[in-house]
Design a protein around this ligand. Structure first.
Ligand code: ZN
Length: 222
């Protein structure tokens, strides 16, 4: 007979149902719960930055008095996770050109309405380091601290994110530059023979994919 006492159950992350139960328990509003679930489905897993991003977008919409169907423009200051919250909730997507990623490494977003002027007012929402002091697990994760153990602390982190909601965020009103549509002409690259906009051509006349932005070597024509 095996007399060894069973060790602690191995950690596993919350199931989708458990995540929803935790959202209820942490009093996440139904509107935001729906956003969170839509974001998780799109992103394929509940990344902590995605969840915080969903609260950020919700906060920005509230500050603007906007609803998710409105035509909005956004800048995300990190390529990590948060862009998906803007894409899913605010429909500012990479493809519709209403999402710009300015990779400066801050966990922040700016959202504004459409404007014909050169600049317009928007709201900027960011994770406020001072406010994180009250949320030690989020702080450890956010600062990539050695004490944060992804294998055992994820559920604790989810709970803190759901409880914190907007409380780790701060906002400011900002004036942002409006990027007009670029005029362009079509050019055929002399190397690959494919057509590109003239702003995607290097000085030697080749498309940037055949030049400075090359990312593959051809193996074979198929
Ligand atoms: Zn080319």
């Amino acid at each position: 007979m095996d007399t060894r006492s069973p060790g602690p159950a191995p950690h596993r992350d919350y199931t989708p149902d458990e995540l929803n139960e935790r959202m209820d328990a942490c009093r996440v509003e139904p509107r935001v719960q729906e956003y969170l679930n839509q974001c998780i489905a799109f992103h394929t897993f509940p990344a902590p930055g995605l969840l915080i991003g969903a609260f950020m977008v919700d906060f920005a919409l509230e500050l603007l008095g906007a609803w998710p169907g409105e035509k909005l423009f956004a800048v995300c200051e990190t390529p990590k996770c948060a862009p998906d919250a803007l894409q899913v909730i605010a429909h500012c997507t990479y493809g519709n050109n209403r999402l710009r990623i300015v990779d400066v490494g801050r966990f922040a977003i700016t959202v504004n309405r459409a404007s014909d002027a050169a600049t317009t007012e928007g709201v900027r929402v960011y994770v406020d380091t001072q406010k994180l002091a009250q949320f030690s697990t989020i702080y450890s994760w956010f600062t990539n601290g050695p004490e944060f153990n992804k294998k055992t602390m994820n559920n604790q982190l989810f709970d803190e994110i759901f409880s914190a909601g907007w409380r780790i965020l701060s906002c400011e009103r900002v004036r942002v530059n409006v990027e007009g549509k670029k005029k362009w002409a079509s050019v055929t690259c002399p190397k690959c023979g494919e057509m590109v906009p003239d702003y995607s051509v290097d000085q030697d006349g080749r498309c940037i994919s055949c030049g400075s932005k090359s990312y593959y070597q051809k193996i074979a024509e198929v």
